[in-house]
Design a protein around this ligand. Structure first.
Ligand code: ZN
Ligand code: ZN
Length: 129
């Protein structure tokens, strides 16, 4: 994961953050300081780092179309359906049977109630400036 932070650091000759141009540490490779710096100053970068770590650790996404497998096999009986590739149980008796025929129903957006126009700002503290 330090690889990720390293891409956001510069060594000239001290450790400098490329996000804010701040010197992080007088040492060349003080990843602990970098870690702290990003955690405190760049939470978005920090969160992104963790997101990538999580992605890297997560099981590989199965390339099989699970929905298709379910659709093809769900009508064949009462046995559970397991993906041959990732061994995941895709459907088992008792699960809701997915709609096989016809397109999925369109999602009808709830009719948004138009907000009443508020023209009179009357008592508006921010208006006075
Ligand atoms: Zn920084
Ligand atoms: Zn699978």
């Amino acid at each position: 994961m330090y690889q990720f932070l390293r891409g956001r650091l510069d060594y000239r000759p001290m450790m400098v953050c490329l996000e804010c141009d701040q010197q992080i540490s007088p040492l060349i490779d003080d990843m602990q300081a970098a870690y702290m710096h990003f955690r405190e100053n760049h939470p978005r970068v920090f969160a992104e780092m963790f997101r990538r770590i999580k992605e890297a650790l997560a099981p590989k996404k199965c390339l099989e179309d699970h929905d298709r497998i379910i659709r093809e096999h769900v009508g064949h009986g009462t046995f559970k359906i397991q993906c041959r590739k990732c061994r995941r149980i895709l459907w088992k008796p008792g699960d809701p049977v997915p709609e096989v025929h016809g397109p999925s129903p369109e999602v009808i957006p709830a009719n948004p109630v138009p907000e009443p126009e508020r023209s009179d700002t009357g008592f508006d503290g921010e208006k006075a400036a």
